[in-house]
Design a protein around this ligand. Structure first.
Ligand code: HSE
Length: 312
């Protein structure tokens, strides 16, 4: 009979939050990924099962985001040759959606090993191992999805290598509507199209927006927050990947959203709202624009998830 094991959850997240390319992210309540972990006889990490991925994810732990993060924790603890751990990955969110799917799997992988081993590491210490998993999927180490998925809240990433992350205050009531149109954008592709240089005037504008956004969160000033949510660098370059993006954005703002932009590398689009009613209206408005263009979509309505990943 197999051992009971433990089960963890890691949530979806919105990378960039528009103005903080690779620097800021926020966690959603749902969707998210789940992992069941139990001890196995053979040393190392073994991925016994993946559901919800349509057979598209590798079970080789070195090539799988969850497996790689789990291995990184086990290696760090010096246990890769001594302990065997079997993982079952339940993907409960779309990948290639801009909702931080690979980050959620990586966070869940690192959490699962730590929890099964009765927490030899602090939660925050898992960040660098989850980042190793995330790097497999996106081709680069950026913590704007991994950090909020692990720690919850809205997180600013000062440095990805250390990593040095700061959890920011979240004004009460803040709600997000995220619409996932059923088209796929690979993060690697959406990164490759970005111009490597930024005109100085745009850099200045964006830095002002990001800095003032942080100030708005500390003050709980939603008017200021709304004025800041204007990505002048990344959004214009990626918008052509999402059919009807500017009409979708217009619909969200018309419904009263504080701001609207691309979630991570897309194709999902998020609208940050002062309350759940506005979020619902903004979400419906965005969906109807996609529907008119013949694109099916899913709507996720969520508070900012303050808890991040957890063990059930
Ligand atoms: N910050 C990343 C990007 C998020 O925009 O490419 C997607 O992983």
């Amino acid at each position: 009979m197999s051992q009971p094991g433990i089960k963890v959850f890691a949530p979806a997240s919105i990378g960039n939050v528009g103005i903080g390319f690779d620097l800021m992210g926020m966690a959603l309540e749902a969707p998210g990924d789940e992992i069941v972990a139990r001890f196995a006889d053979e040393p190392g990490i073994h991925i016994a099962r993946i559901t919800g991925a349509g057979g598209k994810l590798p079970t080789d732990p070195e090539k799988n985001t969850a497996g790689k993060a789990a291995l990184a924790v086990l290696r760090h603890l010096g246990l890769a040759e001594k302990r065997g751990i079997e993982l079952e990955l339940y993907k409960k969110m779309p990948f290639g959606s801009g909702l931080g799917s690979s980050a959620a799997s990586a966070v869940a992988g690192a959490m699962a090993v730590n929890e099964l081993l009765k927490r030899p590491l602090e939660k925050k210490a898992l960040l660098r191992f989850a980042l190793e998993g995330e790097a497999i999927a996106s081709g680069s180490k950026h913590a704007d999805n991994v950090a909020p998925s692990l720690l919850g809240g809205i997180v600013l990433v000062r440095d990805h290598e250390s990593p040095d992350v700061i959890r920011l205050p979240v004004p009460p009531g803040l709600f997000v509507a995220v619409v996932y149109p059923h088209i796929t954008i690979r993060t690697e592709d959406a990164r490759a199209l970005l111009k490597p240089a930024v005109p100085l005037a745009l850099h200045t504008q964006q830095a002002g927006n990001l800095a003032a956004f942080v100030a708005a969160l500390y003050r709980g000033d939603l008017d200021l927050l709304s004025r800041c949510l204007d990505d002048v660098i990344i959004e214009p370059q990626r918008a052509p990947l999402i059919p009807g993006f500017y009409d979708v954005k217009k619909a969200a703002l018309a419904a009263g959203a504080l701001g609207c932009s691309i979630s991570g590398s897309g194709p999902s689009v998020f609208a940050l709202c002062a309350n759940s009613l506005i979020a619902e209206e903004a979400g419906k408005g965005m969906q109807s624009v996609f529907a008119k263009a013949g694109i099916e979509s899913d709507l996720f309505l969520s508070r900012i998830n303050m808890k991040g990943a957890f063990k059930f």
